[in-house]
Write a protein that binds this ligand. Structure first.
Ligand code: PMP
Ligand code: GLN
Length: 381
């Protein structure tokens, strides 16, 4: 067979989690919590299965869950969206992004992505017949380089993918940056995918800047989130898209033939839990900030250098004081095999990584005990 994705291998998340399991390393590579999801949320799944909620959900998602998302959007971002025509529940944010791209991108279209970028974007663009134009974020802070962004625009640009809070750096987009973007694309036929799966993991009292709070950008955006990150259930693969009615309608045309619908009892459980536990969202930033701070405080005694992540559950560290001779892929493997802590190299999220990049990513969505054990190993290097 002639591959449609000749440059795609097995994702780094699978590779590193497999290696960690093989050598018995503490797995701080692939992003997922090692602590349990809320008991009430898990019990609700069993309850709804017992109640017989085991057949197809509506294609657009369970109404009760779409209502919860709409009311969350109103209270967090001040936007009133229609649960019927603007909210779609999907089997994970990954499927949402894939469907948005399939719905908009045509053969020959260009999609601007900001490197380092999440690894599902480019194959999804290519399967739609499009081509990614990679704009590197400016180091050291991973901020948008507006000159390069402007230079990247062409008459073929059809879409721009934003990701804030940003995986892997934890960097945040600001309101001023959204305004600049709006001005840049004002008179052009360009759409946005705004990947906001870490919207509730923003620290130091800063608050998430959502495209949902920006009238002009929302008019052309698919805003994507994931219950997996927010409710500690990455394995449930349940997410959603909020988009204006015309865009939602196009997205749904694709979604209905990619998956049709998400898993029914999980949607019931999430709807119940969101209604009964609004405090979960309010507590989440503090919960993860404490984990970030514990991990960073422990690593202060190591030879890794870092700036604390502003958001997400990932911490980047610079290892140039330890093994400057190793590139980040070799470093991640060395950390996993020789020191028992698995990490993710950052260069894999670039089309062309800076040659002197010496950064790896650790996931701190872990129990205190896990973070202490990992830090002990990392401080001994
Ligand atoms: N986007 C980003 C930036 C992510 O880190 C993830 C994490 N897996 C996803 C999308 C996909 O989320 P989901 O697991 O809900 O498909
Ligand atoms: N988003 C997760 C991460 O960045 C992994 C998702 C996956 O394994 N596909 O680690």
């Amino acid at each position: 067979i002639t591959s449609k994705l000749p440059n795609v291998g097995t994702t780094i998340f699978t590779q590193m989690s497999q290696l960690a399991a093989e050598v018995g390393a503490i797995n701080l590579s692939q992003g997922f919590p090692d602590f349990p999801a809320p008991v009430a949320l898990c019990e609700a799944v069993g309850k709804h299965i017992a109640l017989g909620h085991n057949q197809y959900a509506p294609m657009t998602g369970l109404p009760a869950l779409r209502e919860q998302v709409a009311s969350k959007v109103a209270s967090f971002y001040g936007r009133s969206v229609s649960a019927d025509s603007e909210v779609t529940i999907t089997p994970g944010a990954t499927e949402a992004i894939f469907c948005a791209l399939q719905a908009v991108v045509r053969a020959g279209d260009e999609v601007i992505v900001l490197d380092p970028c999440y690894d599902s974007y480019e194959p999804s663009v290519e399967l739609a017949g499009g081509r990614c134009v990679h704009v590197p974020l400016a180091l050291p802070g991973f901020s948008i380089d507006w000159q390069r962004m402007t230079d990247a625009l062409s008459p073929r640009t059809r879409m721009i993918i934003l990701n804030s809070p940003h995986n892997p750096s934890g960097a945040l987009i600001s309101r001023a940056e959204l305004d600049w973007l709006a001005a840049l694309i004002r008179d052009r036929d360009i759409y946005l995918v705004s990947d906001e799966v870490y919207e509730h993991l923003v620290f130091d009292g800063v608050g998430h800047v959502s495209v949902l709070a920006h009238d002009e950008l929302y008019a052309r955006a698919f805003v994507v989130s994931s219950f997996g990150k927010t409710y500690h259930v990455t394995g449930w693969k349940t997410g959603y898209v909020v988009a204006p009615p015309a865009l939602s309608a196009e997205l749904r045309k694709v979604h209905q033939y990619v998956n049709f619908c998400g898993v029914t009892p999980l949607q019931w459980a999430l709807a119940d839990f969101m209604a009964a536990h609004p405090e979960h969202l309010a507590e989440l930033p503090g919960f993860y900030q404490a984990k970030r701070d514990l991990f960073c405080d422990l690593l202060a005694d190591s030879r890794f250098r870092f700036t604390r992540a502003a958001g997400t559950y990932f911490q980047l560290v610079d290892y140039s004081a330890i093994r400057p001779d190793l590139d980040d892929v070799a470093m991640s493997e060395w950390l996993t095999r020789e020191h028992g802590v698995a990490a993710i190299p950052v260069s894999v999220f670039y089309r062309e990584a800076p040659r002197d990049l010496r950064l790896v990513r650790f996931c701190f969505a872990k129990r205190e005990e896990t973070l202490r054990q990992a830090a002990e190993k990392l401080c001994a290097i």
